[in-house]
Design a protein around this ligand. Structure first.
Ligand code: COA
Length: 203
């Protein structure tokens, strides 16, 4: 994965700082792809991507009733950037992946963010999820978030291996939480602990 980064704007990056909004990575075939913070004009593409992945039925819980493009656009326009963050990955001009993270909103859990992510079918297995993950982790560190967490179907072995490869560990499992393709499936909870970033609030 490459790390050629460049700035096209600034995004609130936690207490008293900003962070870049766009990053270029290279995939396993050495092809560049971009990960950037989503803006409201990405809403329709994000909704259609999530719908497509949801319709595959085996990777994410979303079904047909995912947000409309209008609702997604409102979320992207109105969200609090210190709490919620949406990324898109692009190959050329096309959105091929997305990641959404939300941190805890209380002092008791603001150090934790949970996230979900998905790539379009034709973009999987090429090392492109890595850029989304890495960008989310940078955002988390800049916000003094030191645990990033997700849940995944136990039947989604490719995703579980992907997270393990990127330093995530299984923390718990909730049996029979989903019914997928005729089988009861556990929800597996995974997390990664990020290096501490000093913050005035926590010193
Ligand atoms: C899980 C995901 C984010 C990983 O990102 P990625 O860029 O594909 O990651 P990698 O390139 O490292 O490949 C991950 C695995 O997918 C496998 N893979 C390859 N092509 C694939 C394809 N067309 N479809 C599904 N998996 C594929 C890879 O071989 C690899 O498996 P391995 O660990 O056995 O080698 C991405 O595959 C994805 O969005 N999958 C569908 C949605 C999903 O599962 N989201 C996560 C829900 S928690």
């Amino acid at each position: 994965m490459g790390t050629e980064n460049y700035s096209v704007g600034l995004y609130p990056g936690g207490i008293g700082c900003t962070m870049r909004t766009e990053f270029t990575y290279t995939d396993v075939g050495n092809m560049p792809y971009v990960v950037r913070f989503a803006d409201p004009s990405d809403a329709a593409s994000i909704v259609s991507l999530i719908r497509a992945v949801g319709s595959e039925d085996i990777y994410i819980a979303n079904e047909d009733d995912y947000y409309s493009a209008d609702q997604q656009q409102r979320i992207l326009s109105q969200m609090n950037p210190d709490v919620q963050m949406v990324l898109v990955a692009l190959s050329g001009q096309k959105i091929i992946g997305t990641l959404e993270a939300v941190r805890g909103t209380f002092r008791k859990n603001q150090h934790v963010a949970t996230f979900g992510m998905a790539l379009a079918a034709e973009s999987r297995g090429q090392g492109r999820g890595a850029g989304l993950l890495r960008t989310m982790e940078m955002w988390a560190q800049q916000h003094q978030i030191h645990k990033v967490a997700l849940s995944v179907f136990e039947s989604n072995g490719a995703a579980i291996r992907f997270y393990l490869r990127h330093g995530y560990a299984v923390e718990a499992s909730r049996p029979q939480q989903f019914y997928i393709s005729g089988h009861m499936v556990a929800e597996v909870f995974m997390a990664k602990y990020l290096a501490a970033v000093s913050s005035p609030e926590r010193q």
